[in-house]
Design a protein around this ligand. Structure first.
Ligand SMILES: [Zn+2]
Length: 67
């Protein structure tokens, strides 16, 4: 559909469970992010290991190689 993703922001979502120590990382576009979590600054995810609800860190994923 889109020829380039230049204009689309990408976000990196990182999680780190304080209880069991597992962590994860995911990348999604702004669209996906909003669709999944809504337009909120803070995302909470459930740990798939221990089901604890934890904060996820969302960072804008800058293009690699640009820095
Ligand atoms: Zn956990």
């Amino acid at each position: 559909m889109d020829k380039k993703t230049d204009k689309k922001k990408k976000y990196r979502i990182t999680t780190s469970c304080p209880q069991c120590g597992c962590g994860g990382e995911a990348e999604m576009s702004e669209e996906e992010l909003k669709k999944k979590y809504g337009d909120v600054p803070n995302i909470h995810l459930e740990c798939h290991e221990c089901m604890m609800v934890m904060d996820a860190t969302v960072e804008e994923d800058k293009k690699s190689g640009d820095a």
